[in-house]
Design a protein around this ligand. Structure first.
Ligand SMILES: [Zn+2]
Length: 372
């Protein structure tokens, strides 16, 4: 008995030293188009048994599609392999590792990055997205730039040729190696002959883009998530990635990692909750102002809420997932007004209820200093 105990300890020690950062040199590789966790692990020579163990323990959904062009770090040594994927949001990384077929696994870890702040500017000739990507070399930053304006403008309709843009953003490094873009801290874009500025305000758990001159305090609903990264807008007709035909998209998609909290956009009563083939795990609320809100593709809903229950403003109703018709973890958020789906971007603020205090204080301070 004593001997077993002793050996178990030795194994544990070896394991921890193997899992410690920088135990071997790691190299950066790019995710290829169409990569899934499965195809990536197979390409990196994890055997079938290890892949199965890793997928079972993975914090990411089984059918998770990786984003091509993103970097991952691979560490290889005799019989040992470790892959580190960096989540595009926040400081989470996903570690997949194996030593032998008995010792394979996966987990989410908190990472630390060195931050470098960079500025870029240019002019739009053709598409804003192309002009941005041309300057910053990373599509994630270009899409994030659009998030700063999406609640107020339909950029394809309001941008003039030659419109000037500028941005200040973060680049994240580890041991001198570039890992991923961080947040955009400030943006400026010429709309209707004036430079419209957005500033990033961070609050505990998230961050939002704010224009103190257009604070949207008249909007009744708050954002249902901590990061408002819009991956798909409200459209009466759009190409559906799973059904492979044009079909209406009657809500907006917030791209987020699985497990992120989903909040009630306003106080209300639970009118539906359950699971359906398309929506996956969902919750729906009815609010006193007549609006209804829908939260789809959740990994779980809050167990202690029942149909008919009252939920307070900003209270958690579930967690982000990828259930139902879904290719990548996100929240599908929809609003019904008079039994008709309406564009949520016209009703929600750019920040959740949890960020209200920090953000409204910042707006008040900024408007106060402007008036002095
Ligand atoms: Zn959707």
């Amino acid at each position: 008995m004593k001997k077993t105990f002793c050996c178990f300890n030795i194994v544990t020690v070896i394991f921890f030293s193997l899992l410690a950062p920088n135990s071997f040199a790691s190299i950066s590789q790019k995710i290829k188009p169409g990569d899934t966790l499965y195809s990536l692990l197979k390409r990196e020579n994890f055997n079938e048994k290890q892949v199965r163990k890793i997928l079972v323990n993975s914090p990411l959904p089984r059918k998770y599609h990786l984003t091509s062009g993103d970097l991952y770090q691979i560490t290889r040594d005799k019989g040992y392999r470790e892959i580190k994927l960096h989540s595009p949001y926040g400081n989470t990384a996903y570690l997949f590792w194996s030593r032998g077929s008995e010792e394979a696994g996966a987990k989410a870890i908190e990472e630390k990055y060195d931050v470098q702040i960079v500025k870029a500017e240019g002019y739009v000739n053709g598409s804003l997205l192309a002009a941005l990507t041309d300057k910053v070399g990373d599509q994630r930053i270009s899409y994030r730039f659009l998030d700063a304006y999406v609640h107020r403008y339909q950029l394809n309709k309001v941008l003039a040729r030659g419109a000037k843009f500028s941005l200040t953003y973060e680049k994240l490094f580890q041991n001198g190696a570039y890992i991923k873009p961080g947040e955009i801290l400030e943006t400026s874009l010429m709309i209707h002959d004036r430079q419209v500025v957005r500033k990033l305000v961070r609050f505990p758990g998230g961050a939002s883009f704010i224009d103190p001159a257009e604070p949207q305090l008249d909007r009744s609903l708050y954002a249902p998530v901590n990061y408002q990264s819009i991956s798909s807008r409200f459209q009466k007709r759009r190409f559906h990635p799973i059904k492979r035909r044009r079909i209406a998209h009657l809500g907006i998609d917030y791209a987020l990692p699985p497990g992120e909290p989903v909040y009630a956009a306003y106080a209300g009563r639970v009118i539906k909750k359950g699971r359906s083939r398309g929506a996956g795990i969902y919750v729906a609320l009815r609010h006193p102002n007549g609006l209804e809100t829908y939260y789809n593709h959740l990994s779980s809903y809050r167990k202690d809420i029942k149909v008919g229950d009252y939920v307070g403003n900003g209270e958690e109703v579930g967690k982000v997932g990828c259930t139902g018709y879904c290719t990548k973890p996100h929240l599908h958020f929809a609003i019904k007004l008079n039994r008709t789906f309406v564009d949520p971007l016209k009703f929600v603020r750019t920040y959740p209820f949890i960020g209200k205090y920090v953000i409204e204080k910042q707006i008040a301070q900024s408007n106060h200093s402007k008036n002095l």
